[in-house]
Each structure stands twice: as structure tokens, then as C-alpha cells.
Unconditional design. Structure first.
Length: 114
């Protein structure tokens, strides 16, 4: 089984942060018999993220995305993944998942961002 790891974020591409997640993930995958054949890093560009997802998914059995996800308005990863998997369709909200997330945030005494 082969894997690729896609790290997302302008801060990684610009050298502001070092991508330690990909190395750690590769080690974990290897311990489970999965060979990582590529690490790829892309900035916060929805079209580039979607195109990279499509490209890598055609080459490997497992594609892991890291970074680029967060409770911010500029989070493009979930939209790019949707573009890659179901172009032209809008994301759906899973109300049960939202409820569970609210519980988790509440347990930590924090409000959940919109």
C-alpha cells in the first residue's frame, strides 16, 4: 500500500513554519506497513489544493491531508476537497457532527466558531 501526504498552508510554503507533521505521519504509516512515496506542500489556493488532491489520489491508495483546516473564514481545504470529489456541488452541513463539536467546545469552556 502506498501513501502521499499533502501539507497545506502559505506559512509552510513561505518557510514561516516547518512541516513536521508529514515526517511524523510517514513514520506512523511505515509502522503499519504503508509506504509513503511523496510529500507535497501547497499554499492556501483552493484550485491548486483541489488539483493536487485529484493528482495524488490517482497515484496512491492513501492520501492524507494536513494543515489548512481550522475554524477560520480563510479555510479552503474542505472546499477544495469538495471541488476535487464532487465538483459543482455545495458542501452539506452534518447537524449531528455540529452538535458533537459544540459539546466538545463546551467541555473546554470555549465557544465554537461559526
Amino acid at each position: 500500500m502506498q501513501a502521499a501526504i499533502l501539507a497545506i498552508g502559505d506559512e509552510l510554503v513561505l518557510g514561516e513554519n516547518v512541516d513536521t507533521n508529514s515526517a511524523w505521519l510517514s513514520t506512523q504509516l511505515a509502522q503499519h506497513g504503508v509506504l509513503t512515496i511523496e510529500h507535497r506542500t501547497v499554499g492556501d489556493d483552493r484550485q491548486r489544493i483541489a488539483a493536487t488532491i485529484v493528482e495524488l489520489a490517482q497515484q496512491v491508495n492513501v492520501l492524507i491531508m494536513t494543515g489548512g483546516l481550522g475554524p477560520t473564514q480563510d479555510d479552503l481545504s474542505r472546499h477544495a476537497l469538495n471541488d476535487a470529489m464532487d465538483p459543482g456541488k455545495e458542501l452539506l452541513v452534518d447537524e449531528e457532527a455540529v452538535r458533537l463539536l459544540k459539546v466538545i467546545f463546551s467541555k473546554h469552556g470555549r465557544p465554537m466558531p461559526e
